[in-house]
Design a binder for this molecule. Structure first.
Ligand code: NDP
Ligand code: 8X3
Length: 253
């Protein structure tokens, strides 16, 4: 084809934000490389979005460097020329105080949100530079604001935000753009994953709060990606209207 294809790789496209971002970018004319561990969800996404010419699924665990390398090496030529990377795959595990937390859950968050994210970013950097591409990283309001129980999750997301800004410094001469998106309260399976499948906790968290929806984040990504090439959106913090700040808490003896 004489029309240059626009290809975006979206990690964690099997639910929540990633699924909505993939749908939105396809509606804007992009072709998508969609990743995640759940093959059935990836297959359903391919089906829903117009088939294998539009969406290419890559099923792998982002914590596994060899699996990530093999998945990227398997990309057919029509999907290899990636110009946008959306680093969205990630998770929180647990809501408790640090002294009650499970070290294994902490490691899983670091391996996924930090190590997995930097690994796929590094592996795609040469082609992103070659195409003067764009990296969109899903950080969090928890990057910017501590709250009880944010401990390691917030730490990983602060890393994602600061890594984004540092990447941007390194890549600006290459014309590569980098954006950190920092959502607050948003409704998705995220909360079921975080609470170990506690539907009552899910319902209580979102009750009456009109939380952000995955489509709100997809719209933000669409806006970031559609800026003219001389414009870099550094960071976007986005919350539902219902969410705002509280006074400092004072613990008294
Ligand atoms: P979901 O739980 O709905 O989606 C998370 C996605 O990440 C899934 O597609 C999942 O795919 C993928 N994923 C998780 N672990 C791995 C892994 N080891 N390997 C590959 N893929 C993985 O959550 P959201 O859509 O809400 O969250 C998306 C991002 O946004 C996360 O980084 C989250 O931290 C961030 N965020 C979420 C907020 C919220 O309140 N919902 C607010 C702010 C930021 P699969 O299970 O198939 O592997
Ligand atoms: C998820 C948003 O506020 O639950 O990143 O940490 S929050």
């Amino acid at each position: 084809s004489n029309i240059a294809p626009k290809i975006a790789l979206v990690t964690g496209a099997t639910s929540g934000f990633g699924d909505a971002i993939a749908r939105r970018l396809v509606a804007e004319g992009w072709r998508i490389v969609a990743t995640g561990r759940r093959q059935d969800r990836l297959e359903a996404l391919v089906e829903a979005l117009g088939g294998p010419a539009v969406v290419h699924p890559l099923c792998f665990d982002i914590r596994d460097e060899e699996a990530t390398r093999a998945a990227l090496a398997s990309l057919p030529a029509e999907f290899a020329d990636i110009s946008v990377l959306v680093n969205n795959a990630g998770l929180a595990l647990g809501t408790g105080a640090a002294q009650d937390c499970d070290l294994e859950q902490w490691r899983t968050m670091i391996d996924t949100n930090v190590t997995g994210l930097v690994t796929i970013t590094r592996l795609l950097l040469d082609r992103l530079i070659a195409r003067r591409g764009l990296i969109v990283n899903l950080a969090s309001a928890a990057s910017n604001w501590p709250y009880p129980g944010s401990n390691v999750y917030g730490g990983t997301k602060a890393f994602v935000r600061q890594f984004s800004l540092g990447l941007r410094s390194d890549l600006s001469a290459q014309g590569v753009r980098v954006t950190s998106i920092e959502p607050g309260l948003a409704e998705s399976e995220f909360t079921l994953v975080r609470t170990g499948g506690d539907k009552a906790a899910y319902d209580a968290l979102y009750a009456g709060a009109h939380p952000l929806q995955p489509e709100d984040i997809a719209e933000t990504v669409r806006w970031v990606v559609s800026q003219p090439p001389h414009v870099n959106i550094n960071s976007v913090e986005i919350m539902p209207v219902s969410q705002s700040w509280a006074p400092f808490r004072i613990h008294r003896e």
